[in-house]
Write a protein that binds this ligand. Structure first.
Ligand SMILES: Cc1cc2nc3c(=O)[nH]c(=O)nc-3n(C[C@H](O)[C@H](O)[C@H](O)COP(=O)(O)OP(=O)(O)OC[C@H]3O[C@@H](n4cnc5c(N)ncnc54)[C@H](O)[C@@H]3O)c2cc1C
Length: 409
């Protein structure tokens, strides 16, 4: 029987342990916190958006350049399988109008508690307040050291998470454990976080939200577009669309001191529609006209930024001014000086190099008997349940494979 150490009791570690328990293995979950799943318990605004109803292609595509890596573990334990696994365990789920899926208790704490009960029922040993400080490979397997003891296992699943929201226990220490075992780590950057922009932060727009915007930004010389909600904050911009592009912006900021995002504030209005609108409002002044299609404070800010007298009648503004206004509305520039940082990042973009991990079993290609699961791996998806699903899919694959009795390479 394999003796498996699961390092980290987030969704990846929990699902790795549950899957390993389906094979005949002795499993211990280590976590530095006094309770498992501290991050899971704050997800989805306290409601745990654990997955979504998207089809497999959409799901896989959401993982950017890592779609081929995630594919295999996702197919083996996809959103439907996760939902039916939970249902069998007595945890019903519901979806909202956007297809986001949550436990029907709408409580991430309740979900975490039920998962921990499942681990206990399956006889899985849980060592809380026990941070793993070192992992040493030897002929019999692995020596796991904590502050108080050194224990022997023949399989290890590293599921320590990344560096995001470190107050939940994911300090980035897992990267060090992986590196000490010979793995490469792609430098992680904070992702799914807001973007700071001094000028926007001071513009008095904080609290204004736009239901639908189109964001444009440049990745390696190519324009990329993301659509979704946007929120102005006291430090810059946030909201679903901004969170989803933050991984790219954060990487750009590593290379430059400043970068820019361009926001189409009215993606539903084409140039012709705007021209028509300004013709219809030609008797109004510019402030009244722009406030008719955008929140008043944004209208005032745009007019101030284009140094246009807002009392000027639209009819008297001239084509040049109207075109300039059009450009500011359709391509509102936000200079970004930093991201929300690790403290406010929901995930880490970067991590253990996927080329060094078998995508079917999650086993290390460098060290036999070592497996990876969840955010510690260089995979990150957008908001909407993708990241918990990825943690569960990779965790399930790792746990299942780690329980199989076979000689180590
Ligand atoms: C505020 C917030 C909201 C979110 N909402 C959603 C959402 O609604 N939907 C979604 O899909 N994703 C969401 N996410 C992202 C999601 O929570 C993570 O992607 C997911 O938790 C990653 O799972 P994991 O098990 O890999 O890592 P984690 O959940 O970070 O768990 C890692 C665990 O390892 C432990 N650990 C670390 N180092 C050691 C060590 N050396 N020894 C022992 N234990 C260790 C930590 O204490 C921690 O408990 C959210 C994240 C945040 C911060």
């Amino acid at each position: 029987m394999n003796k498996i150490a699961v390092i980290g009791g987030g969704p990846a570690g929990i699902f790795a342990a549950l899957a390993a328990a389906e094979g005949k293995a002795r499993i211990t979950v280590f976590d530095g916190n006094s309770i498992l799943g501290v991050k899971l318990a704050i997800t989805g605004g306290g409601r745990a958006n654990i997955t979504n109803t998207r089809d497999a292609d959409d799901f896989i595509r959401a993982f950017h350049e890592k779609k081929n890596f995630i594919k295999k573990s996702f197919f083996a334990f996809d959103n439907n399988k996760l939902i039916s696994y939970l249902r069998t365990a007595g945890i019903a789920t519901i979806s909202d109008t956007e297809g986001r899926m949550m436990p029907d208790s709408l409580s991430s704490v309740d979900l975490r508690d039920r998962l921990v009960s499942m681990l206990k029922k399956k006889g899985i040993d849980i060592k809380t307040c026990t941070a793993v400080k070192g992992i040493c490979k030897d002929e019999e397997g692995f020596k796991i050291s904590t502050d108080i003891e050194t224990l022997q296992y023949n399989r290890v699943i590293l599921a320590t998470g990344g560096r995001s929201w470190p107050s939940t226990g994911s300090s980035g220490y897992g990267y060090r454990l992986a590196q000490e075992l010979g793995h490469s780590v792609k430098d992680p950057v904070p992702a799914l976080t807001g973007l700071n922009s001094g000028e926007i932060g001071y513009a008095g727009l904080s609290g204004i939200s736009l239901e639908r915007c189109r964001l444009r930004f440049n990745v390696k010389g190519k324009d990329k577009f993301v659509e979704g909600g946007l929120l102005f904050t006291h430090t810059g911009i946030s909201g679903p669309a901004v969170l989803d592009i933050s991984r790219f912006v954060a990487r750009d900021l590593v290379l430059k001191k400043e970068t820019a995002v361009f926001v189409d504030l009215l993606p539903g209005m084409k140039e012709k529609d705007l021209e028509k609108y300004f013709f219809m409002t030609r008797k109004k002044n510019l402030k009244q006209a722009v406030s008719g299609i955008l929140p008043g404070k944004i209208a005032a800010y745009i007019l101030e930024r284009s140094k246009t007298n807002d009392n000027l009648r639209v009819a008297d503004a001239g084509k040049k001014r109207i075109t300039a206004l059009y450009n500011r509305i359709k391509s509102f520039k936000v200079n970004v000086d930093s991201t929300g940082g690790w403290e406010k990042a929901m995930v880490s973009s970067g991590g253990v190099e996927t080329g060094e991990i078998n995508p079917v079993t999650m086993e290390s290609r460098i060290i036999s008997g070592l497996y990876f699961a969840g955010e510690i791996i260089d995979i990150d998806g957008p908001t909407g349940g993708y990241n918990i699903q990825a943690a569960c899919s990779t965790g399930f694959a790792a746990g299942k494979a780690a329980a199989v009795k076979k000689p180590l390479r």
